[in-house]
Design a protein around this ligand. Structure first.
Ligand code: MG
Length: 207
């Protein structure tokens, strides 16, 4: 099933909200990433040539079935061009350019996610070149699975094949060409990517 919309929750782990200098929200803060940003089960992240400061945000991604229930999940990276995002935020502009570039949502293969109680205190971790950058537990989420699902279904036209990114723990940081990224969701999945950045287009050579 194609990924259609990506509903993403900002600041759902208090320690991450604080590291970016943001207030902890009192209701879920939702933004969109284009569904076409998602690449499922690839082992390569291809960054566009024009991005300068792409940060990793490891997140548990819930997937809606055709019946609008969640029965599968994955680990995903909500890649964010932080320099651009900060500039756009300062101007009060939308974040789309910072969040929806090509390959901005790498997604691992999906695993079964049926009994939510089994997943309420699992570790989520991201390492870059074997160095742990992000680590948190789902028990630290400000808004839990049911609340997030209810919130997006109430406010938005959620479709089968949509993803819900549930927020990122503290420790976000830059990705560079050549990095090896490993995302883990305890007991379910470990997925690896190699980062490659495209070269800028060359001006045409005159004969
Ligand atoms: Mg995020």
């Amino acid at each position: 099933m194609l990924i259609r919309n990506i509903w993403a929750v900002g600041r759902n782990y208090a320690d991450h909200a604080k590291e970016l200098g943001n207030d902890v929200p009192t209701s879920p803060m939702i933004f969109l990433k284009a569904g076409s940003c998602a690449t499922v089960n690839s082992n390569e992240i291809v960054l566009p040539w024009w991005v300068q400061d792409v940060h990793h945000e490891v997140e548990l991604a819930l997937k809606f079935s055709q019946f609008m229930t969640v029965v599968e999940a994955a680990v995903a990276l909500d890649l964010t061009e932080r320099k651009l995002q900060n500039e756009l935020k300062a101007k009060g502009h939308p974040w789309t350019l910072a969040k929806s570039f090509s390959d901005a949502c790498p997604v691992s293969p999906f695993f079964s996610f049926k009994n939510f109680d089994d997943f309420r205190d699992r570790k989520i971790r991201l390492t870059v070149n074997d160095e742990v950058r992000q680590e948190g537990r789902t028990s630290q989420m400000i808004f839990g699975f049911e609340k997030l699902i209810e919130h997006v279904k109430m406010h938005f036209p959620v479709c089968g094949g949509d993803l819900l990114l549930t927020g990122t723990p503290a420790g976000v940081g830059p990705l560079r060409d050549g990095d090896t990224v490993k995302a883990e969701f305890e007991g379910e999945i470990t997925h690896l990517w190699k980062v490659r950045q495209e070269k800028p287009p060359q001006p045409p050579t005159t004969p």
